[in-house]
Design a protein around this ligand. Structure first.
Ligand code: BES
Ligand code: MN
Length: 465
């Protein structure tokens, strides 16, 4: 292990330069104009893996390709672990918010700034470099590893389940390791044991067949922007509760253990409010901010469009209004049934003055896995060694659609070992990856293969957790 850690330390400069090359590729999965950049991104990952001594393959899908890369297989039975990550990134908009261009990575104040730095290129790159350290120092890897690096996480991972099914025999594993979540601070490395799920919807209400002069016609026909605003405003009440009937029916209450764990995190609402820059905090009554943002379900408006958006004023009654919504879900809510409830409710409350269309988008099931088994213990030991600090157990509010796919298709649970700090600005302008989270993450990864190797070798082959 010493050789591995020495290698990681000695080569860190080069790793950062390589990560910068990776971050220069604008691999924006949501935008069709970047389709060829997505192919270039997948090739970059596969080539990089090969250069490190892995066997790598770019698997085409009907969407963006998936990269599969294996450590050299040696005779004898070894524990098998998948490492999942994604090379796709969120769109960088709004561009005016960036202090330096999103695809021109820069190190400032110990952090590497670029779109995708934390979410997720930097995080899975830490695992790649830890594995490189084993291979280049001739240190025997205690586990057989397969990297699964996909290009559609930010748009719902629609095509990855099919790849997992098609390649099930090769991808069967003892567990999955994912660094695509967060840690509360460099002093609090974390094992995340729950993620929220998600259901995405697009709503459109249409009134007149064209934009109308608001002086000539206004008052005689419903304004679709007003109707949509009224519909949306009623979906959450003053107590921060979603008003859709049945929305909370399947929600599991937080256990006393969980509320205690959350209470142990250093959280101060005043500092949190200042950090967010909002005039006041708001959320579901009866829950702390930490509970609200990680363990309670929500309904959010992500985008709202209607009428004239240009300079100055334009006196119209817009023909239509649209909204993009997502609902974050917790066990045991499911995206399909929440979409059904939403559609039925919207139809019920929509007035006859507009035509309503509701389209369901991507979805992901919520995830919860016990933080108390032997795999979790191995992960906690690796975090402790990598960061030199006692790790915490956390739930998180984001979603990783494929984790439930790993469970259902491969019967494998995921260890979520996030390296993104709270100020990483994922999905926002000025995204960054803290270089100490990078180095701690590489050390954690190096220790993890040893810890998992020992834990899994001790265990009967078929038990899953
Ligand atoms: N890395 C995030 C998920 C995440 C963020 C987990 C913070 C825990 C804490 C991931 O890349 C992501 O953004 N996922 C999307 C999924 C969606 C588009 C289907 C999300 O959560 O919005
Ligand atoms: Mn993301």
């Amino acid at each position: 292990m010493d050789k591995v850690l020495t290698y990681l330390h000695a080569n860190e400069r080069r790793f950062i330069d390589e990560l910068k090359d990776y971050l220069r590729l604008p691999t924006i999965s949501a935008q069709a104009e970047h389709a060829s950049d997505m192919v270039a991104g997948a090739r970059w990952v596969a080539d990089h893996c090969r250069a490190m001594g892995l066997q790598a393959e770019v698997c085409p899908t009907p969407g963006h390709p998936v990269v599969l890369a294996n450590t050299p297989r040696r005779p004898g039975k070894r524990p098998r672990v998948l490492i999942y990550g994604h090379y796709d990134v969120q769109p960088p908009d709004p561009l005016e918010g960036w202090e330096s261009p999103p695809f021109e990575p820069r190190v400032v104040g110990g952090r590497l700034f670029a779109r995708g730095a934390s979410d997720n290129k930097g995080q899975h790159f830490a695992h790649l470099k830890a594995v490189e350290a084993y291979l280049r120092t001739g240190t025997e890897l205690p586990c057989d590893l397969t990297f699964v690096i996909e290009g559609e996480e930010e748009v719902g991972s629609a095509h990855l389940p099919e790849v997992l099914r098609r390649r099930r025999a090769e991808l069967t594993c003892d567990c999955v390791v994912i660094s695509d979540t967060g840690m509360p601070s460099l002093k609090l490395p974390a094992l995340t044991y729950a993620l929220r799920g998600i259901a995405a919807l697009e709503i459109k209400v249409t009134g007149p067949n064209r934009d109308l002069h608001s002086g000539i016609y206004g008052g005689s026909v419903a304004n679709p922007a007003m109707v949509l605003s009224q519909l949306l405003a009623g979906l959450v009440n003053q107590q921060g509760r979603v008003t859709v009937p049945g929305f909370y029916a399947k929600v599991k209450a937080l256990s006393a253990f969980e509320r205690r764990q959350m209470g142990r995190l250093p959280h101060q609402d005043a500092a949190y409010r200042r950090f967010l820059g909002a005039p006041a905090l708001f959320g579901e009554r009866g829950y702390t901010s930490e509970e609200r943002r990680t363990a309670r379900p929500t309904l959010e408006i992500n985008g709202l469009t209607s009428g004239y958006q240009g300079e100055g004023s334009k006196t119209i009654v817009p023909s239509w209004a649209g909204a993009k919504l997502t609902l974050r879900l917790v066990p045991d809510q499911s995206p399909a049934s929440i979409v059904r409830l939403m559609k039925a409710h919207l139809r019920r409350i929509c007035p006859p003055t507009v035509r309503l269309e509701v389209k369901a988008g991507h979805g992901a099931e919520p995830y919860w896995v016990s933080p108390e088994g032997p795999l979790a213990a191995a992960a906690l030991a690796a975090l402790r060694r990598g960061f030199g600090r006692e790790p915490v157990l956390i739930r998180e509010g984001g979603s990783i659609p494929i984790v439930v796919g790993f469970r259902k298709i491969l019967r494998a649970e995921s260890l979520l070992l996030g390296l993104a700090l709270p100020d990483a600005n994922a999905h926002s302008p000025n995204e960054s990856f803290h270089l100490e989270a990078f180095s701690g993450g590489m050390r954690m990864s190096a220790h993890l293969w040893a810890e998992l190797g020992q834990t899994l070798a001790r265990r009967p082959a078929s038990s899953a957790s």
